[in-house]
Write a protein that binds this ligand. Structure first.
Ligand SMILES: *[C@@H]1O[C@H](CO)[C@@H](O)[C@H](O)[C@H]1NC(C)=O
Ligand SMILES: *[C@@H]1O[C@H](CO)[C@@H](O)[C@H](O)[C@H]1NC(C)=O
Ligand SMILES: *[C@@H]1O[C@H](CO)[C@@H](O)[C@H](O)[C@H]1NC(C)=O
Ligand SMILES: *[C@@H]1O[C@H](CO)[C@@H](O)[C@H](O)[C@H]1NC(C)=O
Ligand SMILES: *[C@@H]1O[C@H](CO)[C@@H](O)[C@H](O)[C@H]1NC(C)=O
Length: 467
């Protein structure tokens, strides 16, 4: 070929390359626009953008995870991306995180409308609520057996795939600072997803800019969680000295399945000694049923004495909020506005999926090794604890964290929010621990102002205010 011809060819090839590159990007923006939420039924006017929809995480099985992004009203482009996960396992971050805890909207009593949560975390970050794993909320699998064998492993793998695919759909978030947060059984999901991302980052040219994780009332370590839980019951006068002593002497605390003798002691404690309290906030009144009775506090739990935020009465400002969510999110007009349930899922939307929970396949016995790994890689790790939760109580978290044997950077001190003690905190080498005074299991529900302060300090990477 002549030089001229070669040159023409080169130009052509370059032109084609530009075309090929341009096309998917245009397509991506369309995909993003298709996910835009124009307005939710009963929603007040807002100045931030919202998107929601599905991301396919497994084509063979037909698994798709549902997300809801609520951006920051001011300068969203300069604010980080924060993923929020709820636990269960099997509970929805749309039901809890978005609608009762950190999201911009709360559902009103008549479930005909929404009102603004002025302590929403989207005032300082772009919030990405993810319903995980498939089977939770609007997230689904076309392979029905997936509901019977999902566990920590698949949840982590699918969540990583979600993050990768989601960033393709929203390229403006690539390279953005990413934080992963959550509570309760998400004490597993959050560090496990962080670990998946760290591993992925070693194999890719486009690493995900993960900066930190924060978990609250987090399931951390089977043994220390169980030991710390019965200790909390005793120290908060929920059980007798005798029951406490017997539990300590009889139960193994390591195992998933305890001996019959131990189980009957747990039953005695809960049925004969607790009374009808809300275990998720021991000082709050429970939600009344319409007939005037309150629901029993005991619920079926696959894990012995494990948090299971479904099937209970919630308390706090309004202990009935999750009932509102189950009405609101099952409305066809709400689902349409959210681009949810587009394939006609065969069962109703529920705050928690009990089938997933009962059949949970695999669970890490301790998350502490992952904490060590993340700290070693310079990932910011914050752990907080609402101190009136008896399900994953503050004593459980303190026993577990003590096993890390971290050196103290800033000694224990009270932290403040609006001139009041918000809780106590200690800063360790690599990890910050903070309690939230008077908060139950869902800290941002019970103490929204304190929770927002905690979130701001976490994002800034600064110790909580000393006054
Ligand atoms: C699940 O099946 C429905 C109906 O066949 C299909 O429209 C949908 O795309 C499938 N979902 C996934 C994630 O493959
Ligand atoms: C709930 O929201 C709807 C729509 O905004 C409104 O008409 C209704 O008055 C609200 N109800 C309550 C109890 O706040
Ligand atoms: C439940 O009923 C009791 C007695 O009527 C009442 O004092 C309490 O405030 C009710 N709780 C809620 C959350 O409505
Ligand atoms: C999905 O929509 C169908 C109607 O097409 C409805 O029967 C079902 O309850 C919905 N499921 C969820 C999870 O929203
Ligand atoms: C179920 O758990 C076992 C380990 O306990 C694991 O080998 C297997 O891969 C898990 N199954 C799925 C579907 O993740």
């Amino acid at each position: 070929m002549e030089q001229r011809q070669i040159f023409v060819h080169l130009v052509l090839v370059l032109f084609l390359m530009v075309l090929v590159r341009a096309k998917p990007e245009g397509g991506l923006r369309e995909e993003e626009e298709a996910d835009r939420i124009l307005e939710l039924p009963g929603q007040p006017k807002v100045s931030f953008q919202q998107f929601s929809g599905y991301v396919t995480v497994n084509k063979v099985a037909g698994r798709a995870l549902f997300y809801w992004l609520t951006e920051a009203p001011q300068n969203p482009l300069s604010k980080p991306l924060v993923i929020w996960l709820n636990g269960g396992p099997g509970c929805s971050s749309v039901a809890y995180g978005a609608s009762e805890e950190i999201g911009p909207f709360r559902i009103n009593k008549t479930t005909s409308g929404l009102y603004i949560n002025k302590f929403s975390w989207n005032t300082v970050a772009n919030l990405l609520f993810l319903e995980a794993p498939a089977g939770v909320g609007f997230s689904y699998s076309n392979r029905s057996s997936d509901l019977l064998d999902t566990g920590d492993r698949r949840t982590a793998e699918d969540s990583l795939e979600f993050v990768i695919q989601w960033l393709e759909r929203f390229p403006r978030y690539k390279n953005r600072e990413l934080y992963i947060t959550g509570e309760s059984y998400a004490g597993h999901y959050v560090p496990q997803l962080a670990q998946e991302i760290m591993t992925y980052n070693t194999k890719t040219k486009q690493p995900i800019n993960l900066k930190g994780i924060m978990v609250g009332n987090a399931v951390t370590d089977n043994y220390y969680d169980n030991l710390g839980t019965v200790t909390y019951w005793w120290s908060h006068a929920m059980i007798s000295d005798q029951t406490y002593r017997q539990l300590i002497n009889t139960c193994d605390f390591h195992r998933q399945k305890e001996s019959d003798e131990c189980e009957s002691l747990y039953s005695y404690a809960m049925d004969q000694e607790f009374g009808n309290i809300d275990q998720y906030n021991i000082y709050a009144p429970p939600c009344n049923n319409s007939d005037g009775t309150t629901s029993p506090t005991r619920h079926t739990m696959r894990f012995p004495h494990r948090p299971h935020p479904g099937f209970r009465q919630l308390s706090g400002y309004d202990p009935c909020t999750e009932k509102y969510a189950e009405i609101y999110y099952n409305r066809p007009d709400v689902q349409k506005a959210l681009h949810a349930n587009t394939t006609g899922i065969s069962y109703k939307w529920t705050a928690c999926n009990d089938v997933l929970n009962r059949n949970w396949n695999d669970t890490d016995v301790s998350i502490l090794p992952i904490y060590r790994e993340l700290m070693a890689r310079g990932i910011r790790v914050w752990v907080f604890s609402g101190d009136v939760d008896s399900v994953v109580p503050v004593t459980a978290t303190r026993y577990a964290l003590a096993q890390l044997k971290l050196s103290t950077k800033i000694a224990w001190y009270p932290w403040y929010v609006k001139n009041q003690v918000g809780g106590w905190t200690e800063v360790y080498e690599g990890l910050t621990f903070a309690t939230v005074r008077g908060a139950g299991h869902e800290v941002p529900l019970f103490k929204p102002r304190a929770a927002l302060q905690l979130f701001k300090s976490f994002l800034a990477g600064k110790p909580l205010p000393k006054s």
